[in-house]
Structures are given as structure tokens and as C-alpha cells.
Design a protein around this ligand. Structure first.
Ligand code: FES
Length: 300
């Protein structure tokens, strides 16, 4: 864990209703960042600690990219900060980097399912798979077309498609059918799993899911039916990312025993098929307010 001395906001872009992209000068973190990691931001002195996934970074410019949805008080205030303002502190990169296995790009694919603001955390992980030569299918789900971002001609998704024209396939799904496939991320995922089983589509080497807990469970359950290894990235349940608040505790079953993992220490990626979702999901009733605030910060 390193702390960066410099954390000035150098650019800011409005992505969608309540969602801002903030580029921060943070060369030490940019240099050390690996796909799947996050940072812990102290926006101002005496503020609360806010974990945010590294959505992107630029080692040449020494910057990191954070995407914030303003719903809780802190995130709303953070989104009102302007270019030239500084955060009081940023610690990171934190969390275990994503595990990137090598697969045959001719016959296999790694499927990502990103729900809402799951897209920013998915982006660097998908890019790392592509850089290492894997084929990637990225299913990005939004509630409605009005919430879409990063999809314009000169934006990140198009840039990634230009860089990897042969190995990246992007599928959009909206709940109301206003953009892409109508339905949830599980709709195109099921079609792909069926095609893979029938031998008419690529073999799905693994599924990575990032989004609201209910969506991740639905993805995990579906992929399990087809025996496909699934990883859930639990950014959305972290509250302070210190290992102390307990909000991110996940019950998992290992060799028949239930143990607890902390998403902010042991994760954020956890094998979705060892998570005890029945025990895990109801807990969100208890932590609802905290969890909603955190989820809002991650935009999930
Ligand atoms: Fe608080 Fe992990 S987020 S202990």
C-alpha cells in the first residue's frame, strides 16, 4: 500500500445523470496499478473513507481515473469537486489484482458481465485479458439508454474495439430495450452458454461478473448450470475498505467448511461458486443504508 502525495483533480467529465468521471494526478498509484485493484480516497480532512475501483490509469501522465455516482452525501459532494481541487488523501493500489489465465483466442472466450457502473471496474480487467492475448466478450447492462456512457465514437469502449478488433466482442443490454438487447446481462449470457454447449459458439473459459449483488448471483447461478468457472468482483459491498467495519464480509464454503472472507482484503474478486449467496444476500437488508451508499459510490 502506498500513499500518493499528489492528488489534484486534473480533468472531470459528466458521464450520465449523477455520474462523474474524475481524473486525478496520482503518479505513484498510476505506476503501481494492476487490473482489478482499487483505491481508498479520503476526499477531505475528517471526511469518510471511500473505496473506488481504478477504472483506468495513465502511467505517462501519472493519472488515475475514478467513476463516481453521487447518491450518498460524500459521493454527491465529491462529484461537486472541480478541476484544481485536491483530495486529502488516496491510498492504493489496494486489493488483489485480477488473476489472468491464458486461453486459446481461436476457440475460447472470457465473458464479462457488467451491470450499470460495473463497466468502469470491468474495463481494465477486460483490457488486460485482451493485452495478454485472450478473446473477450463483454456484456454491459444498463437500466436504460439514458444511463449509457463510454460508448461514443471517441470514448473508451470504441477505443478498445479499435485496438482489439479481432478479439473483443461487446454486447449491450438494457432492461427496457432502449439500447442493444432487451433484458438483463443474463439474457445474452444464456444465449452464449447455450451456443457453447451446442458446440456452435466459443467455449466460455470463465465468467467475470461485476455489479449489484443480485445480478452477480443471477450470473453465478446461470453459469453454474453450465459448469463455467465464475468470479464475482465485490467492489460494490465495500464501505470503508479498511478490513475493520465488517460490511464486506462474505461467507464462503471451502472444503465443506464455511469461512468468512473480507472483500476488501481477500478480494475484491472471489470465486462466485463458493459464495454462500443465501446467507450473503439477506445481510443487505441489515446493511441496506450503508450498502446503498457504497453501491451508489460505485454506481452499482
Ligand atoms: Fe469495511 Fe471491508 S469494507 S471491512
Amino acid at each position: 500500500e502506498r500513499a500518493s502525495a499528489s492528488q489534484v483533480i486534473v480533468a472531470k467529465a459528466h458521464l450520465a445523470d449523477g455520474i462523474e468521471e474524475i481524473i486525478v494526478h496520482s503518479p505513484v498509484i498510476a505506476e503501481a496499478a494492476q487490473a482489478g485493484q482499487f483505491v481508498r480516497v479520503l476526499p477531505w480532512e475528517d471526511g469518510e473513507l471511500i473505496p473506488l475501483t481504478l477504472a483506468d490509469w495513465d502511467t505517462e501522465k501519472g493519472t488515475i481515473c475514478l467513476v463516481i455516482q453521487g447518491v450518498g452525501t460524500s459521493s454527491i459532494e465529491m462529484n461537486q469537486m472541480n478541476v484544481g481541487d485536491s483530495f486529502a488523501g488516496i491510498a492504493g493500489p489496494l486489493g488483489r489484482p485480477s488473476e489472468i489465465n491464458a486461453y486459446d483466442p481461436a476457440t475460447e472466450t472470457v465473458v464479462f458481465t457488467a451491470g450499470g457502473l460495473g463497466l468502469p471496474p470491468v474495463y481494465p480487467i477486460a483490457r488486460e485479458h485482451l493485452r495478454r492475448g485472450n478473446h473477450v466478450t463483454l456484456i454491459a447492462g444498463f437500466r436504460s439508454a439514458s444511463l449509457l456512457f463510454w460508448t461514443g465514437e471517441d470514448e473508451r469502449m470504441a477505443g478498445l474495439q479499435r485496438e482489439f478488433p479481432d478479439t473483443l466482442e461487446v454486447v449491450y443490454a438494457t432492461n427496457d430495450g432502449t439500447f442493444g438487447v432487451e433484458g438483463f446481462v443474463t439474457t445474452p449470457l444464456e444465449t452464449m452458454l447455450e451456443a457453447a454447449r451446442a458446440g456452435t459458439g466459443r467455449r466460455i473459459a470463465e465468467v467475470v461478473t461485476i455489479g449489484p449483488p443480485l445480478m452477480m448471483r443471477a450470473v453465478a447461478d446461470l453459469a453454474k448450470k453450465y459448469d463455467v468457472h465464475t468470479v464475482a468482483s465485490l467492489n460494490s459491498i465495500m464501505v470503508d475498505a479498511t478490513g475493520m467495519c465488517g460490511a464486506c464480509m462474505v461467507p464462503v464454503t471451502i472444503e465443506g467448511k464455511t469461512v468468512r472472507k473480507h472483500a476488501c482484503i481477500d478480494g475484491p474478486e472471489i470465486d462466485a461458486h463458493i459464495i454462500d449467496w443465501d446467507k450473503f444476500l439477506p445481510r443487505f437488508g441489515q446493511f441496506r443504508k450503508q450498502e446503498q451508499a457504497s453501491r451508489a459510490r460505485h454506481g452499482l
